[in-house]
Design a protein around this ligand. Structure first.
Ligand code: FES
Length: 95
């Protein structure tokens, strides 16, 4: 499956099963926190409420129900939640 639905803090966006969640959320206009983008710092962690992701090995500490958005690729429709409010920016259409 390459197209998936990503629900983030209650807002659903279109996603895919090829790119890390962090990249996809940014493309959808969200600005989740991040630092290393490499699985080291844990800044991008979020709760995985439903669905499944492929997560690369990572060094950051996360709880069993959390994933690192920077190195997790959705395997199915997923629902994730960040502890803080995320606002979706208006995106410029790119041509
Ligand atoms: S941004 Fe550092 S672990 Fe994801």
């Amino acid at each position: 499956m390459s197209r998936v639905a990503i629900r983030v803090n209650g807002i659903e966006v279109h996603g895919n099963s090829r790119e890390p969640l962090l990249d996809q959320l940014e493309k959808a206009g969200f600005q989740p926190e991040y630092q290393c983008r490499n699985g080291m710092c844990g800044a991008c962690r979020c709760k995985l409420k439903s669905g499944a992701v492929d997560q690369q090995d990572s060094m950051a500490f996360i709880a069993p129900n959390e994933v690192l958005a920077c190195c997790s690729v959705p395997k199915s429709n997923v629902e994730v939640e960040f502890d803080y409010q995320l606002q979706q920016q208006e995106l410029q259409a790119s041509h």
